[in-house]
Design a binder for this molecule. Structure first.
Ligand code: ATP
Ligand code: MG
Length: 425
């Protein structure tokens, strides 16, 4: 029989790769903490309506990419294609929006049935942050500053740049929509099929098209900035002024509209040139109408989501590697329970120690081979002589330090000094 393979576009993250994922988790959690965000964990499955209402019918995500299916009860469910709609659903359901200024972050797998290629998978992972109840432009600016801090902490500032735009308020978009349709109608025959279909249902989405001819047409489209009424114009102006004040560099891109219908006013993308065609690492914006669409009281909101796979590819490209090998490997020629007991005692004494105990037995030579492969810096050697004298040998597997014999009672203190990561705590 053939081996069963994973689903196309859905990848295992193998043991050699998980250390960098865990490191990223830790870095991002610490940054979210630093801004007062609390983590929210929501289900991966939602009623499909959560997404169709929020994201909009005439979008790629809802029309083509959602994994939606009927479960055994006949309920229409969907694997989440993104995080915001579910966060809003949860925030309304649990009354979290009653305190203004709610800040939450989330993390986890998202699912979209798109064509797998570099930077595009069917299961991928996002980290996201959302702020509710704050209409002020400083909330937009803090979201952007948070993004910039992430790149700085990860050592990627030089590789990622910011583009921003404003989508105005609903009335601005209504006026703009009419202008856009008028501009596009004479070109309709040359638009790609999706865009032709969306010409009257959702013309703004045509900016998202990847079709070269459509993009060429859109390059001459009128900009939304010409129809902006004062409130959204002033809001965008303050965002830009504050970004200048914080020294955060950006480019205003009038064609930046984002692929989901719920956005209003500020939208932004963090982009790199180092990943080929799929260069957007993080994207977000304001969504002041979304809570109401989802059945809550009108509440402004703003958020972003970053793509973990793209970020990790970028980290690798910039030479960041992380490992979590054992620091110490215990080889022994004793009764197995004696080695196991020493290992347990050391783990009791040094909770941060990563210690692997040889379990498969064999000659010292065979065990040292395994110790070497484990990546450990140090080997502990326990033989009959050591047992008899209550001692243990420490051997440096990588450097030149002479082998030493240590009383078992003094071993934790000695290891705490020899293993750099333990010494620093
Ligand atoms: P794209 O234009 O690349 O399709 P999008 O507008 O659909 O992006 P969002 O819904 O804004 O993307 O998702 C935010 C981020 O999640 C993206 O910037 C990207 O980093 C990541 N992302 C989105 N879809 C995928 C995917 N299929 N595979 C891997 N990462 C993805
Ligand atoms: Mg997409």
């Amino acid at each position: 029989m053939n081996n069963i393979q994973s689903v196309r576009g859905m990848h295992d993250i193998l043991p050699v790769d998980t250390p960098i994922w865990r490191w990223l988790d830790e870095q991002l959690a610490a940054i979210f903490d630093a801004y007062g965000f609390a983590q929210l964990r929501i289900p991966i499955l939602e009623k499909a309506e959560v997404f169709t209402r929020a994201i909009g019918q005439a979008t790629d995500v809802v029309e083509k990419e959602m994994y939606a299916f009927e479960d055994r009860n006949g309920d229409l469910l969907s694997l989440r294609p993104e995080g915001t709609a579910g966060v809003v659903r949860a925030a309304i359901q649990h009354g979290l929006l009653q305190t203004p200024g709610l800040k939450v972050w989330y993390q986890g797998p998202m699912f979209r049935h798109e064509r797998p290629q570099r930077g595009r998978q069917r299961q991928f992972h996002q980290f996201g942050a959302e702020v509710f109840g704050l209409a002020e432009p400083q909330a937009d600016v803090e979201m952007i500053a948070l993004g910039e801090r992430i790149w700085r902490v990860l050592g990627l500032s030089q590789r990622i740049r910011l583009e921003i735009n404003t989508l105005g308020d609903p009335d601005d978009r209504r006026r703009y929509r009419a202008q856009l349709i008028e501009f596009l109608e004479p070109h309709a025959a040359r638009l790609d099929a999706d865009s032709q279909r969306r010409l009257h249902s959702n013309p703004l989405r045509i900016f998202d098209s990847k079709n070269p001819e459509t993009r060429q047409i859109m390059a001459d489209a009128p900009g939304l900035e010409d129809v902006l009424a004062e409130p959204a114009r002033a809001h965008f102006q303050s965002v830009c002024t504050m970004l200048d004040h914080l020294g955060i560099r950006y480019r205003i891109n009038p064609g930046l509209v984002r692929g989901l219908d719920y956005y209003s006013r500020t939208v932004f993308e963090w982009i790199t040139e180092d990943l080929g065609a799929q260069g957007t690492v993080c994207a977000g914006g304001r969504y002041d109408g979304l809570v109401e669409i989802q059945g809550g009281k009108p509440t402004p909101g703003i958020g972003f989501a970053l793509g973990a796979e793209r970020l990790i590819e970028l980290l690798r490209a910039s030479g960041t590697e992380r490992r979590r090998d054992p620091q110490v490997y215990l080889v022994h020629q004793t009764e197995p329970e004696q080695a196991l007991r020493l290992a347990e005692n050391l783990r009791d004494a040094l909770p941060a120690l990563r210690l692997e105990c040889s379990l498969a037995g064999g000659s010292f030579k065979a065990q040292f081979k395994r110790a070497d492969r484990s990546g450990a810096e140090l080997a502990l050697i326990l033989g009959p002589d050591e047992i008899a004298s209550g001692r243990c040998q420490i051997k440096d597997l990588r450097g030149e330090r002479a082998q030493e014999s240590v009383l078992v009672a003094e071993l934790p203190a000695r290891l705490a000094r020899l293993v750099p990561e333990l010494a620093s705590v």
